[in-house]
Design a protein around this ligand. Sequence first.
Ligand code: TXA
Ligand code: MG
Length: 316
Amino acid sequence: MTIVASKPVAANSETIAQAARILAEGGLVAFPTETVYGLGADATNGEAVAALFAAKGRPRFNPLIVHVEDLEQASKHGAFSEPARALARTFWPGALTLVLPRRVDSNLSHLVSAGLDTVALRAPSHPIARDLLAACRRPIAAPSANLSGKVSATTAVHVAEGLGGKVDFILDGGPSLLGLESTVIGFDGGKPALLRPGAVAREEIEAITGPLAGTDEKIRSPGQLESHYAPRAALRLNAQQARDGEVLLGFGNAPDARLNLSPRGDLKEAAANLFAMLRALDKGAAAIAVSPIPQTGLGEAINDRLMRAAAPRNAS
Ligand code: TXA
Ligand code: MG
């Protein structure tokens, strides 16, 4: 690729068509989804997928989510059981990723699965992501558009800050509505299991599947490394107030908060604000204290991200 982007371009029918051409030629395109921004490559092109791992600095053992238009396209790559199909019918297009046995006749690059015999599939609902999938007529492998281990990007400017100069095109579609990555569901001996809490709350999924199996170590997403989503600043969780040298990221009634995820204590609002507020505080503060967040609904995913952001840093 000759073009290397560092500035986002507003998404419209022309720039989406241009992005689709770049993908078809093996380039890397960052694009908005309803969860977070994705860094896309043609999922059937091994060289493009290898370039994607390199741009993110992502370990090769961590497989990627393949974005598809719908259940029909997904069925060419993953073997859907009845419970998997029921979940796709209920939540697609949307913020749910299904990890399924990979079909032997799938033409996806083996790199997307990182050597596993499964593949992660998601049909996003964001209109720009859908238009891009339709325009390039191929599945798009897309991890979150951030450097490996860092905070996910919920705006095109955040993508450019982390990956500018390493990608060919950045489509700007405004801030991500949900602000948290998709929920990842796998199947352990046919039983649905929560591999990563995310933008679809456990309760919504369990209404369809019944109780989800626990996230047992051996079936966990390989990407669930301890330290992840990590700002530069140190993080202290479940804090009632800031100590010396800290700024408070509040939730609910927190008069001393420098920023507040949701003054009215709304978890959806907090999810949408989480990554942008972590980034904003990280620019000034050496240490961030975070108010307690309830563990219900979207709180499970918010607390998961906060725990990883606070974990000791060793990996990239
Ligand atoms: O909302 C999202 O999911 C965003 C947008 C761009 O779609 N994408 C995203 O991708 O968060 P990424 O690569 O940052 O996270 C993908 C997660 C990782 O935890 C990875 O290990 C897991 O999905 N995953 C992918 N393929 C898998 C597989 N075959 N088996 C188990 N886990 C898998
Ligand atoms: Mg990620």
